[in-house]
Design a binder for this molecule. Structure first.
Ligand SMILES: Cc1cc2nc3c(=O)[nH]c(=O)nc-3n(C[C@H](O)[C@H](O)[C@H](O)COP(=O)(O)OP(=O)(O)OC[C@H]3O[C@@H](n4cnc5c(N)ncnc54)[C@H](O)[C@@H]3O)c2cc1C
Length: 473
């Protein structure tokens, strides 16, 4: 669809930590530190939430951008949970976008007046009548066309099956995302030479890191069952009738295992569910795609009990995966090696995160509603004592899935490292940029939609400047 994953995501709006971007800059990417990127986060944003606009983080927000951001009022339903997190030693933040970026917070979302702010809705719709904008729908880019080492256009597959060529006046910009931007580069002859040759693709430029450095947020579901309440199942159905509203309230936390640290290690996103929750089944079976037997255990455990479905995400993994071609057919899907837990430290950290979170059931509120963790009876973990560190390692290994945040496969970086430079120009050729989540040298400590939109905002300014057009500062 137009707008890519922003048309299908859960709309959580999180920018990530100051340290994420300072780290990008420290890796040799001038112009990408926190102070630089904050300007672009603000530029695209149209913050609507009155409490944020009147609060202590107001200076980090903007009211004039294209991207509507706000949050539903779930305070009444979620307040006891925040109290429990406070009792457990966590800070409660009115907004995660202040100077303090560790704590439980009231999450913000990319929607406005019940309308999803996909990038198509937010950014394309308002300018759809511009004479210099033309969108070819249902069209597949097959490869970039080069004149020697200068990108001059794109070969496309039009609806109906005709292959055609589109030429650029100034430059070509790839924004096909972390999975497909490296595919397009490789189909165009830019990538690891041996891999291109294996696939009978003429090598235009040997660029060994195309498709490498895949990073993603490994996610493990944890279920906390609470009080019995069969009546609320009816409310749950209502959530699916009113499709312009969220089916359930959400609570989120960015947590550091070492409480003194200024940046988080894990994110916990809690979906507050009535008994017999449909959302739980949907998250289990489709969003994270767990096995039927596991989803069945969960459904059974919460059929007459309220629950929290918790997405536990390791925010800064050291593991890396990669994208490879299956063959040179542009219609063929690529091979995705997630690399989850290829660095053993990540499994340790993820297990420690689950253990850390699970202490919440010992707080006054959670005890008062009879909460307990749901044992999903994993066959593979039956030899471990339930609740021990080794058990949680086994649990993570068997429950791990993606939170759909792949980044990094056309990473920016210095000569010899980066696929693109700090102005997102593909190194070794001219007239070609990449601008999407694939250019992140390292994953951010948060959901990746807002950072990708920030990258797009910054790219727009860099393109203007490189073509002698002034920008608003
Ligand atoms: C299920 C899900 C839930 C998520 N939830 C959240 C969330 O709550 N909050 C958050 O911050 N992030 C979330 N994300 C992540 C976030 O949406 C992505 O990080 C972000 O949208 C990435 O943007 P992108 O432009 O890099 O890539 P994409 O959004 O993948 O866009 C790439 C576009 O290129 C098109 N394309 C690819 N190849 C070609 C080709 N050859 N020719 C023509 N077009 C092509 C695709 O169709 C797509 O439209 C979620 C993602 C998913 C999938």
């Amino acid at each position: 669809m137009l707008g890519g994953s922003s048309g299908a995501n859960y709309m959580i709006y999180v920018r990530g930590s100051r340290e994420d971007y300072d780290d990008w800059a420290n890796q040799g990417n001038e112009g990408w530190n926190w102070d630089n990127v904050l300007h672009y986060f603000k530029k695209s944003e149209r913050m609507i939430d009155p409490a944020i606009l009147n609060g202590e983080t107001a200076q980090n927000h903007n009211t004039n951008g294209y991207l509507g951001v706000t949050r539903p009022d779930w305070k009444e339903k979620t307040e006891p949970l925040y109290e429990a997190f406070k009792e457990n030693g966590h800070r409660i933040l009115s907004d995660i976008h202040g100077d303090q970026q560790v704590g439980y917070y009231y999450p913000t979302f990319t929607f406005d007046n019940h309308i999803r702010q996909s990038t198509a809705n937010a950014f394309l719709s308002p300018i759809r009548d511009r004479p210099n904008l033309f969108v070819l729908k249902n069209t597949l880019a097959r490869k970039v066309i080069f004149d020697d080492k200068k990108a001059i256009g794109v070969e496309v597959l039009l609806p109906g099956g005709k292959v055609s060529e589109v030429f650029a006046n100034k430059e070509v910009i790839l924004s096909a995302g972390t999975i497909n931007s490296p595919q397009l580069l490789m189909l165009s002859g830019i990538g690891p030479a041996a891999h291109l040759e294996e696939n009978n693709i003429d090598v235009l430029l040997a660029s060994p890191n195309v498709g490498e450095n895949l990073q993603d947020h490994a996610c493990v579901l944890l279920i906390v069952a609470g009080k019995r309440n069969i009546v609320s199942a009816v409310q749950n159905l209502a959530g699916f009738v009113h499709l312009d509203s969220f089916p359930s309230p959400v609570v989120a936390g960015h947590v550091a295992l070492d409480r003194k640290q200024t940046y988080p290690d894990y994110q916990a996103v809690l979906f507050v569910e009535p008994a017999a929750s449909l959302t739980a089944s949907i998250i289990c079976a489709t969003v994270v795609g767990l096995e039927y037997s596991i989803c069945n255990e969960i459904s059974y455990a919460i059929q007459d009990r309220e629950s929290l479905i918790v997405a536990m995400t390791l925010l800064k993994p050291d593991s890396k995966g990669k994208i490879e071609l299956k063959n040179k057919d542009p219609l063929e899907k690529v091979k995705i090696y997630s690399g989850f837990y290829s660095n053993k430290n990540d499994l340790e950290q993820h297990a420690r995160s689950v253990e850390d979170f699970s202490t919440i059931v010992n707080t006054t509120y959670f005890k008062s509603v009879g909460s307990e963790l749901v044992n999903v009876n994993l066959e593979a973990c039956k030899n471990f004592t339930y609740g021990t560190h080794d058990y949680w390692k086994c649990y993570a290994l068997n429950m791990v899935s993606t939170l759909w945040h792949p980044v990094g496969t056309c990473a920016m970086g210095p000569e010899g490292v980066g696929v693109v430079d700090e102005r997102l120009r593909v190194r070794g050729v001219t007239g070609l940029r990449v601008s999407d989540a694939s250019i992140m040298p390292a994953i951010t400590r948060g959901n990746t939609n807002a950072p990708t939109i920030m990258i797009a905002e910054k790219t727009a300014d860099m393109i203007k400047l490189d073509h002698g057009i002034s920008i608003e500062v």
